[in-house]
Design a protein around this ligand. Structure first.
Ligand code: HEC
Length: 105
């Protein structure tokens, strides 16, 4: 029961837009690891969902990350800077390749 509540809490991450996107919500279960492109991800991606949404993706190719970023723009009208997409894709691929420990739940 408690676990179900925790899971539900995770999935209903509030869709809040932070005025300063560089501030990661303090209750986020996963921090973005340090690395080149991290700022681009914080600025363009974490306004709508927590880093864990992105880090818990199955390991995919760089092209796939670019298409995910474009999907955010096209489908969800995300204010993503298109110039930052290559850096975002590089970062996500690098982080996934490192095999960062995934969130257990
Ligand atoms: C305008 C808000 C918004 C922004 C900004 C945004 N996303 Fe999303 N994203 C969503 C919504 C809405 C979903 C679908 C619902 C969900 O899973 O929470 C989603 C889902 C995802 C998913 C889950 C898999 C999928 O394809 O649906 C990934 C991965 C993802 N986003 C990555 C990113 C990345 C990387 C960025 C930065 C380039 C980003 N998002 C920026 C709104 C946004």
């Amino acid at each position: 029961m408690l676990l179900a509540l925790l899971l539900a809490g995770c999935e209903s991450q509030p869709q809040v837009t932070f005025a300063d996107a560089s501030i990661t919500p303090p209750d986020d279960p996963i921090e973005l690891p340090e690395g080149p492109g991290r700022d681009a991800v914080l600025e363009n991606c974490t306004a709508c969902h927590s880093p864990s949404t992105m880090l818990q993706q199955p390991r995919v190719s760089r092209e796939k990350w670019e298409s995910i970023a474009n999907k955010m723009i096209e489908v969800y009208k995300a204010p993503v800077d298109e110039a930052a997409i290559p850096a975002i894709a590089d970062y996500m691929v690098a982080v996934q390749a490192r095999g960062e420990p995934q969130q257990p739940n």
